[in-house]
Structure formats: structure tokens, C-alpha cells
Design a protein around this ligand. Structure first.
Ligand code: PMP
Length: 425
């Protein structure tokens, strides 16, 4: 397949064609926090509100039928995107955080007890940590972590040690939002399944950038957010294996999730309604379907290959900067497949927040801080980092712009006297 041409893709993203701080061309390198949307997705939102909006599932009138058809069509697009066997295994949620909390409450409260173990990794986003800590607080379960190497690769060979007879769940990210590491999802799930352990894959950072396949991965649950994959914010997906979802009690109670309500009790609806209480994010879900169409028309494989080229170039350019420490595994040492589209780093000076501020002055948008991965930063012995994250619309020239702006920033803070130790190393 032909390489992706970001210059032509950029025409689809009106927001990118602007200057900031006067005449600085915007260089948007913050897609891991939230991506931008193409015209095709913006148009889908407008079309929904102009022609097909009403509440779904309840109305017996034209607009409600159109909205319901659009909403359910989006579910089937999501099913195909995920590789799920059934459309009713796909639940619309508010995003990755809501998806994981749903599993922690519904499945967790019903299946996890005192002394049971929940296995996590050191590279999880807070949204794949805190819900499990809360579950452990409610139930007396114990949190464990599969170790990782100093360069941010899970110690997959040691997984067997951590899958004990007490382990109930292994929840891990497919791609680290801070390190960029691509984890071997299928291998991890296979080993967990062999040990009778349920798996939850946080696909927030993988689904936008590389193909997803819940059946090939053989995971039990998977969570993602629309806003990181060219879709709107406020909508995401929870995939669950049918047998597990069927057996789980609903978490949120209210309209739509019921079969019948009596004076003092109720019976739940079938899937997927059981987990979609209240009015769902109708237009956002329909637009997420448009985002999926858009990504598939380009091809996730091509997007991933393009980002690998950006990462390789960034790795080369940034590692030449004095006083820099690049986080995560080296694509030179481990090959391009070890990383998805982002590079995080610390400079000996200035501090990450100052770096982001100074880069912003040049029109380069990056993110600074702990990126909702405080335990990971502790593990790396740093308090904060700066992250440049790429997507299908970024160009090699933008990576050069980052490298040049960063070199200028570092030069301004060059020590005048003797060499000092890196502050955050
Ligand atoms: N997991 C990972 C790996 C993420 O990068 C993010 C978003 N930064 C989340 C979970 C949470 O996603 P959301 O805020 O959309 O719920």
C-alpha cells in the first residue's frame, strides 16, 4: 500500500491551517491528549443536528427513527472496527474512563473479593489505576504490578509469576500514553486466559494509531475514547465478551437500561441497553461512526507506518540535543514496532512546563506534566516530562520544527560554568 501523504490529509483538518501568536504556523503535537477532527466528522455532527436529531429508541416519529438508525449504524461500524463478534458487545460510554469504571463497578463488584488479586502494570494511565484501587478499597482485593524494564518494556517473561490462583483480572494498556511502548496484547491476553484470568485492554492510545482486533487479541474487555481518534469528546466504547456482559449486573440505573420497572424493583434490559442508562451521546456516537469511516478509508496500517517514520525521525533529531533523556524503548534498538506515535523526554534544563511554554511561543503545541501517569514517573525517577505526540496529519517538517525549537530552548538555558547533573535524571 502507498505511503500516506500528510500534506493532503491536512486539507481535511481545518483547525490545523492557522497561525498562532501572530505569524507562527501551528505545529500541533498534542494528539495523544486529544486529536483534531476532519471535516468529514464535523459534517456528520452538523448533519445529525440539522436533519436527523431526536432522542433514540423511544420515539415513533421520523426524526427519532433516523437518529436511532444513525446511532445503531455507528454501533455496527464500531463492531467492525473492533473486530467484535456481535454488535451488542459494543457499549457506547462517555469514554475510556467511563468504560473502565463500568467494568470495575459491574464486573468487579460481582466477581472480586477479599484477598483476590488485580494485576496492573507500571505504565498505566490513572484511569486504569484508580478504578481498581477503588475496587480494592471496596472489596479487600490486592493490587499487583507486572514489572517493567528501565526503558519501559513490560517484563512479559515474568507474567507467569504474577498470574496466581488469586488473580482475577489483568488490566493493561495496549500503548503507553507516556512512553509510547506498544505492548504485545495478544500474547498477554493468551497467557492470562490460559491462567483463567479476565483481561481488560486500555486501547485509548492504540485504537487511534494501529489496528484493533478483539477476537485476534482474545481480550475480555476493551476501552477506548472517541476524541483521541478523530471523533468527538464525550463518547467512547466499551467492548465486552458477550458471556461476561450478560452475567454482569448493570452499573448506572435509569431509563433505557430496564426491561420493566415495578413499584420497588426492576428487571434489566438486554445488551447493549443494560449498560446504556439515560439518553446516550447521540450525535457524538454518530460522529464517532464517521471518524471510524474516515480512519478506515485511510487505513490503520498506513497511519501506523506513517507515525513510525515520524517517531524514527524524532528519535534521531531529539537524541542529538544536549542534556536530553528520551523515555521509553529505543526504536533503533528494538525496531519500529516497539513504539506508537509519540516521544516523551526530559531535558536537564529548563523544566518541562517551561519547555512547553517556550515551544508554544514558537507555535509548537506539546504537553508537559505527568500525563496522568504519576506512578510511571516515580518508577522513572522523574516528576514530569514533555510529550510530543503525532497523528496522521503530522509531517516530518513538523518534527524538524520541534527539534529546532527545542534546540533553541536548550541553548538559552545552557549552563555557563561547570557541568551540572541532570536535574530530573
Ligand atoms: N488511558 C490512556 C492510555 C489514555 O491515554 C487516556 C487519555 N489520556 C485515558 C486512558 C483516559 O481517556 P479519557 O480521558 O478519554 O477517558
Amino acid at each position: 500500500t502507498a505511503a500516506l501523504l500528510p500534506e493532503s490529509i491536512r486539507d481535511d483538518f481545518p483547525i490545523l491551517a492557522q497561525t498562532v501568536h501572530g505569524d507562527k504556523q501551528l505545529v500541533f503535537l498534542d494528539s495523544a491528549a486529544s486529536s483534531q477532527r476532519p471535516r468529514q466528522v464535523i459534517d456528520a455532527i452538523v448533519r445529525c443536528y440539522e436533519h436527523e436529531y431526536a432522542n433514540v429508541h423511544r420515539g415513533i416519529h421520523v426524526l427519532s427513527e433516523r437518529a436511532t438508525d444513525g446511532y445503531e449504524l455507528a454501533r455496527r461500524k464500531a463492531q467492525e472496527f473492533l473486530g467484535a463478534e456481535h454488535a451488542h458487545e459494543v457499549i457506547f460510554t462517555a469514554g475510556t474512563t467511563a468504560s473502565i469504571n463500568t467494568v470495575a463497578r459491574s464486573w468487579g463488584d460481582a466477581n472480586v473479593g477479599a484477598g483476590d488479586e488485580i494485576l496492573l502494570t507500571p505504565m498505566e494511565h490513572h484511569s486504569n489505576l484508580v478504578p481498581w484501587f477503588q475496587l480494592a478499597d471496596r472489596t479487600g482485593a490486592v493490587i499487583k504490578h507486572l514489572p517493567m524494564t528501565d526503558d519501559g518494556r513490560l517484563e512479559v517473561d515474568r507474567l507467569g509469576e504474577f498470574l496466581t490462583t488469586k488473580t482475577k483480572l489483568f488490566a493493561f494498556t495496549a500503548v503507553s500514553n507516556t512512553l509510547g511502548t506498544v505492548n504485545p496484547v495478544a500474547k498477554l491476553c493468551r497467557q492470562a486466559r490460559a491462567a483463567g484470568v479476565v483481561t481488560l485492554v486500555d486501547a485509548a492510545q492504540s485504537a487511534p494509531h494501529l489496528p484493533t482486533d478483539v477476537r485476534a487479541w482474545d481480550c475480555d474487555f476493551l476501552a477506548l475514547s472517541g476524541h483521541k481518534m478523530c471523533g468527538p469528546s464525550g463518547v467512547g466504547l466499551l467492548y465486552g465478551r458477550e458471556a461476561l456482559l450478560d452475567a454482569m449486573p448493570p452499573f448506572l440505573g435509569g431509563g433505557s437500561m430496564i426491561n420493566r420497572v415495578y413499584d420497588d424493583h426492576f428487571t434489566p434490559a438486554d445488551l447493549p441497553g443494560k449498560f446504556e442508562a439515560g439518553t446516550p451521546p447521540i450525535a457524538p456516537a454518530i460522529a464517532l461512526g464517521a471518524a471510524i469511516d474516515y480512519l478506515q478509508s485511510i487505513g490503520l496500517d498506513r497511519i501506523h507506518a506513517h507515525e513510525q517514520a515520524l517517531v524514527a525521525h524524532a528519535w534521531e533529531r531529539l537524541s542529538a540535543i544536549e542534556g536530553i533523556r528520551l523515555l521509553g524503548p529505543s526504536p533503533i534498538e528494538h525496531g519500529p514496532d516497539i513504539r506508537a506515535g509519540l516521544v516523551s523526554f526530559v531535558l536537564d534544563r529548563p523544566h518541562s512546563h517551561d519547555i512547553a511554554q517556550l515551544l508554544d511561543n514558537e507555535g509548537v503545541a506539546v504537553r508537559a506534566g505527568h500525563h496522568c501517569t504519576q506512578p510511571l514517573h516515580d518508577r522513572l525517577g522523574i516528576t514530569a516530562s514533555t510529550r510530543a505526540s503525532f497523528y496522521l496529519y503530522n509531517t516530518l517538517a513538523e518534527v524538524d520544527a520541534l527539534a529546532e525549537a527545542l534546540t533553541t530552548v536548550r541553548d538559552r538555558f545552557k549552563p555557563t560554568g561547570r557541568k551540572r547533573r541532570p536535574r530530573e535524571a
